[in-house]
Ligand binder design. Structure first.
Ligand code: EPU
Length: 352
């Protein structure tokens, strides 16, 4: 196996930040992964797994061994009489959106609302990807992972993954302890269309017939393309912040501070909790469409920060960190709400 030294990851992270990794390798089999882990342990190197690089922020210098997870392949269980579902197992390095299209081409339904989410299948579990009324947890059943301490392959059930809103055990107790190898999804043999998310119901409002799953996927692609910046034109990592979720009691106490929060388009999560769109908070603080050096707050979806700086701007990381700090300080100052950061930030200046 080839271990490249001082390897530039500029083209392997969607925020396009220049980053020099101490060591880099790419693995396409479990055997290669074993070998890479041994190399890291022998040389006392931290391990940094890399998927599509679409939800990470990298510092100019990254110590350790970056292992690109390039495990490819998939399998589908056979039809069983009277069983309305089949299981699709995808290896961690498969591209998420291509996997959605693959599921549809095999008449497997459930993933369509998550079309066009960038990144790989393995990374999808770590943050329990969600969009347009669906979350991965709606159809995820289990995964296999490589235990980095024990150097063994283990199966982890959905329950044990502790999936929540943009959250899983892999961001908490199991952080940096496992590398996800494959993911199994339980998908329906016939579509169960959900177009209740406002953007989707508006899209199909003129039609009296229920759309097909393929039409829902195409609609999601169109909505995302209209609303979110494309990674190739404006490098970004999607939503930079999570939407804050509060108990109704806590929300009442925030309202009592007398700010304009009472006009926020809140969304009920359940009987006791509500979500406030972070996009609205950032918008109300006046950041939408603004540029700070090379870092921009997107003009349509202010939850997304974009990298407009010159390619490989060495200041990119620290510029981004100061914009993030400005936004969080201002939102806290105006609303007493702390915005949680969504992507993983590596590096000393980072928050993670
Ligand atoms: N809004 C504003 N000003 C704006 C834009 C939006 O006030 O400039 C308010 C609107 O009231 C709108 C609300 O924000 O109704 C919510 O906006 P949107 O429906 O676009 O969704 P979001 O909550 O901002 C989340 C996900 C997205 C996902 C969409 C659609 C998070 C952190 N983000 O965004 O995920 O695509 O819902 O389901 O939960 C991602 O994770 O990278 C991502 C793009």
């Amino acid at each position: 196996m080839n271990y490249a030294e001082n390897f530039c990851l500029g083209h392997l992270n969607s925020f396009n930040l220049p980053c020099c990794a101490e060591y880099f390798c790419s693995v396409s089999s479990i055997g290669e992964l074993y070998e890479a882990v041994e190399f890291a342990k022998t040389n006392n190197l931290a391990i940094v797994p890399l998927g599509g690089g679409t939800n990470i922020i990298l510092p100019p210098i990254l110590k350790g061994l970056v292992i690109r997870i390039d495990l490819k392949g998939s399998s589908i269980t056979p039809y069983i009489f009277d069983q309305p579902w089949r299981e699709l197992t995808l290896r961690a390095g498969e591209n998420w959106h291509e996997s959605v299209l693959y599921s549809l081409s095999n008449k497997l339904f459930g993933m369509e609302n998550l079309s066009l989410i960038p990144g790989t299948v393995g990374a999808a579990v770590i943050q329990n990807i969600g969009a347009y009324g669906t979350e991965l947890s709606d159809f995820f059943v289990r995964l296999t992972a490589f235990d980095l301490d024990q150097e063994s392959v283990v199966e982890i059930s959905k329950n044990d993954c502790k999936l929540g809103y943009r959250d899983s055990i892999f961001k908490n107790e199991y952080k940096d302890k496992y590398i996800i190898l494959d993911v199994t999804l339980k998908l329906n043999n016939s579509p169960k269309i959900d177009i209740s998310y406002p953007d989707l119901s508006a899209y199909f409002s003129a039609s009296s017939e229920m759309p097909s799953a393929e039409e829902v996927a195409a609609a999601v692609v169109e909505i995302r393309n209209n609303k979110l910046p494309s990674i190739s034109e404006e490098p970004n990592v999607g939503s930079f912040f999570k939407n804050p979720i509060f108990s109704k009691k806590k929300f009442e106490s925030l309202l009592a501070k007398g700010n304009i929060l009472k006009t926020a388009p809140t969304i009920a999560i359940n009987d006791s909790h509500i979500k406030i769109p972070a996009a609205w908070l950032i918008d109300k603080c006046g950041f939408k469409g603004k540029n700070f050096g090379g870092i921009g707050v997107h003009k349509i979806q202010p939850l997304v920060l974009v990298n407009n700086s010159e390619f490989r701007n060495p200041q990119g990381f620290s510029d981004l960190m100061s914009v993030v700090k400005n936004i969080r300080d201002r939102v806290y100052g105006d609303f007493a709400i702390t915005l949680e950061i969504e992507p993983r930030i590596y590096g000393e200046l980072g928050y993670a």
